[in-house]
Design a protein around this ligand. Sequence first.
Ligand SMILES: [Zn+2]
Length: 87
Amino acid sequence: MRIEIKEKQTVDVIIKSYDICDKCEAKIETTWDDAFECTFEHRTGYRCSGGGSGEIKTIELCQNCTIAAFLLLEQNGYKAHNSEWDY
Ligand SMILES: [Zn+2]
């Protein structure tokens, strides 16, 4: 005969998740058909044939801060490259 000893445990369960802007801390709101995404990513480290390792620094922005960031960057000589996506 197998004896099972039980106890009540409290477990935190994620019921909702969302991203916040790393500049203004506003909730980044999108609808299911909105493809908005703005993440600046800086990757450092090394690569080898089987993988690699390093660090990734990211900044995720809301719609308003994205517009402001691109304006600020372009005014300071950074060149944004436009392309289209379709899949
Ligand atoms: Zn923001």
